[in-house]
Design a protein around this ligand. Structure first.
Ligand SMILES: [Zn+2]
Length: 248
């Protein structure tokens, strides 16, 4: 383990343009369940394909809001963990140029990271599905959802949080920026992602194929393990701060 941490730190120090790629495993220590992966608590309660798809949302927004309410509550009260702070520290020290994340929990930004590309959207805003008006998810909006109501636009359409549901395309501008970063970087640190959700999981492959070195930190083995330059199976909250501390 110590050897691998040293090698990872050396790669970071030698890099010119480093990008991080993070997934659900990055936030589990903050209490955020992994709602897109099978086996997580939220799959067992309700199949997200049935409630968290764009078709289900259009058919029954009340059911969607009933499902997402506890998840939204957890995200509002969750705090960034040591893995989030390790990455914001790297960015502040000039070693990290961007974070590409599959997470919608806002925790990278709350830990102080500035350049965060959110492939699956976020909950800071909502969009009317009829007139496409975008509104901030402010305390009044939250209050409505907390009270069990469906938030409606003045035009009569339902507001949908700006998270990417099953059946929706990833946001084009964000995806293009993420792909540009993957092509441009000479080092990608993949942390807390099992790389099972495509097309997001294609980003590290694109980085590798464009010539970047890769460091993979994840609790479980992944299909990418054999291609990474450094693989550490461990808790991101423990491993990332150790790697960052070893970067001089
Ligand atoms: Zn509207």
């Amino acid at each position: 383990m110590e050897d691998k941490i040293r090698r990872a730190a050396d790669l970071i120090q030698a890099s010119r343009h480093m990008v991080a790629f993070t997934g659900a495993g990055h936030s589990t220590a903050s209490g955020i369940p992994d709602f897109r992966s099978p086996g997580s608590g939220l799959w067992e309660k309700a199949n997200p394909m049935l409630v968290a798809s764009i078709w289900a949302f259009r058919l029954d927004p009340q059911r969607f809001y009933d499902w997402i309410r506890p998840l939204a509550e957890v995200m509002l009260t969750a705090a960034p963990n040591s893995a989030h702070y390790a990455l914001s520290d790297l960015e502040a020290r000039g070693f990290l140029q961007a974070i590409i994340t599959q997470n919608i929990d806002n925790l990278h930004q709350r830990a102080g990271s500035r350049r965060v590309l959110e492939l699956h959207g976020h909950m800071r805003e909502a969009t009317c599905v009829r007139c496409y008006e975008i509104v901030p998810v402010d305390p009044a909006f939250e209050q409505k959802v907390r009270a069990g109501k469906v938030p409606y636009c003045h035009c009569g359409g339902v507001y949908k949080p700006n998270v990417i549901l099953f059946g929706e395309q990833l946001p084009v501008r964000v995806l293009n920026e993420a792909m540009a970063e993957a092509r441009r970087c000479d080092l990608m640190l993949i942390a807390g992602s099992s790389l099972e959700v495509t097309p997001a999981a294609d980003i590290p492959i694109l980085a590798k194929e464009s010539g970047a070195r890769t460091i993979l930190v994840n609790l479980q083995p992944t299909d990418f393990d054999s291609r990474a330059d450094v693989v550490i199976h461990g808790d991101v909250c423990e491993v990332l701060p150790r790697i960052v501390a070893a970067v001089e």
